[in-house]
Design a protein around this ligand. Structure first.
Ligand SMILES: NC(=O)c1ccc[n+]([C@@H]2O[C@H](COP(=O)([O-])OP(=O)(O)OC[C@H]3O[C@@H](n4cnc5c(N)ncnc54)[C@H](OP(=O)(O)O)[C@@H]3O)[C@@H](O)[C@H]2O)c1
Length: 262
């Protein structure tokens, strides 16, 4: 990856930040995007000790102008993007019957529309530069539904439909697509999750706190991207629900119906 241009969204904390550190170790030229400018600046100054080239672009991926600026600034400085990692996302903690429709729209604007907008903007330049790789961080709940996460799960399922279709469309254009489905990972995902009225959940869930260490998750993500895997699940016991949903759905339906709190 030395001197390759790697654009990562959602790097101000969690999985994106840990992935950025690993690509800095490899000497990649990093383009880092998130809304929190202070966090971006701190990360960039830490990473500059490992790799010479770090560009930060304050970006809200739900804002079209921000997405266009992010990609055009990257292309004007580096001339290309070799690897795009669509990582930015928000989760949800609320029952469907209580949740305002605007909350669903916000989740889709970030997790789905923001992600596909950046992907579409990057795609043409990747194809004209002879190829590249696009990774997207989905979730195990992109493979099955789960209570209190109807909007989040739907947004991740949508990513599978989009990226499986795109993979087929660009299979003769040297573009590799990697869909990553983490289970519970120790990050601020539950703290930052939106609730029924759009306010923050602001709590560290027990499941998240007991999940996989973020450094281990990031290293498995980088391994899957390097191996150009089409899809990978990075999880503990949650992995079993993916299998049950596919092969013995009756047991999956019963198990998830028993979940009565976040
Ligand atoms: N942790 C888990 O258990 C888990 C499991 C499965 C999948 N995932 C997925 O992993 C990805 C990273 O999440 P995480 O666990 O690392 O959670 P996190 O610590 O909350 O990080 C989320 C990142 O996304 C960024 N982000 C959120 N909204 C954004 C927006 N509108 N524009 C730009 N950036 C935005 C945040 O930065 P700013 O707030 O600065 O914008 C932050 O850097 C997400 O896609 C999530 O769905 C996580």
């Amino acid at each position: 990856m030395k001197d390759k241009v790697v654009l990562i969204t959602g790097v101000s904390s969690g999985i994106g930040k840990a992935i950025a550190q690993l690509y800095a170790d490899k000497g990649a030229h990093l383009v880092l995007a998130s809304r929190n400018l202070d966090a971006l600046e701190k990360l960039a100054s830490a990473l500059k000790e490992k790799t010479s080239e770090v560009l930060i672009v304050q970006t809200d991926i739900a804002n079209s102008d921000d997405c266009k600026k992010l990609v055009s600034e990257t292309i004007s400085i580096y001339g290309r993007i070799d690897l795009l990692i669509n990582n930015a996302g928000i989760s949800q903690r609320s029952l469907t019957m209580d949740t305002n429709i605007d909350v669903y729209k916000t989740i889709m604007d970030i997790n789905y529309f923001g992600t596909i907008e950046i992907t579409k903007l990057v795609l043409n330049s990747m194809i004209s530069n002879g190829g590249g790789q696009i990774a997207v961080i989905s979730s195990v709940v992109g493979k099955f539904g789960f209570p209190f996460r109807s909007g989040y799960s739907a947004s991740k399922h949508a990513l599978h439909g989009f990226f499986d279709s795109l993979r087929a469309e660009v299979s003769d254009k040297h573009i590799d697509i990697t869909i990553i489905c983490p289970g519970r990972i120790q990050t601020n995902i539950s703290v930052n999750a939106v609730t029924k009225d759009g306010s923050k959940h602001n709590k560290m869930d027990k499941g998240t706190a007991e999940g996989m260490a973020v450094e281990k998750c990031a290293s498995l993500i980088v391994k899957a991207i390097t191996a150009k895997k089409k899809e990978v699940i990075i999880a503990g016991n949650e992995k079993k629900l993916v299998w049950l949903r596919k092969f013995i759905p009756g047991i999956y339906y019963k198990l998830v119906a028993r979940v009565k709190s976040v």
